[in-house]
Design a protein around this ligand. Structure first.
Ligand SMILES: [Fe+2]
Ligand SMILES: [Fe+2]
Length: 171
């Protein structure tokens, strides 16, 4: 939930930039590239990574109610949708960079989609998922998960920059 607070803030800034572009403002490619990096690295790999790779994985072993199971599936589907939207923003930005002015409207629309979608996703997790799910875990299980979260975060920066190295090598 701490991570949600930062995601909300950045998504809010992205939404504002979408409005600025819609009002006729220029596309700031560097802003978009940095926003994409935030969503891919922080929101998706770091945050969704812990939700899906640790929390959901552990929840899948529990006898969840049909309702909670459905919510978990839908939350996962929304993560996929978020990835697809980021890919669409990237694609439209590349078109724009190649001189296609019509891509501006797509960039703004996809950024706006993200800004509308995310607060709802976060609200659903916090209001109707995380708390009811916690009762399936013992104190020890929660502590084990928390430790795994910490371990996961610790590896992340190293993983990101090892990947960057591989990328740089290709140049
Ligand atoms: Fe999520
Ligand atoms: Fe989340």
């Amino acid at each position: 939930m701490v991570e949600h607070r930062l995601i909300e803030k950045v998504i809010g800034v992205i939404g504002k930039d979408a409005q600025r572009i819609k009002a006729g403002g220029a596309v700031d490619v560097l802003f978009i590239e940095r926003a994409i990096d935030f969503i891919r690295t922080y929101t998706d790999r770091c945050h969704h990574g812990k939700e899906e790779g640790i929390l959901f994985r552990e929840l899948a072993k529990k006898p969840l109610t049909a309702d909670l199971e459905k919510t978990m599936r839908e939350l996962e589907e929304q993560h996929v949708m978020s990835r697809q939207t980021v890919a669409k923003i990237e694609e439209a930005t590349q078109k724009y960079q190649k001189g296609d002015q019509s891509a501006m409207a797509d960039i703004a629309r996809f950024m706006e989609n993200l800004a509308i979608f995310y607060p709802k996703h976060i609200e659903r997790e916090e209001k109707s998922f995380f708390f009811p799910c916690m009762k399936y875990f013992s104190e020890t299980e929660m502590e084990t998960m928390l430790n795994e979260f910490i371990q996961f975060d610790q590896n992340l920066l190293h993983e990101k920059y090892k990947e960057l190295y591989v990328d740089l090598m290709k140049h």
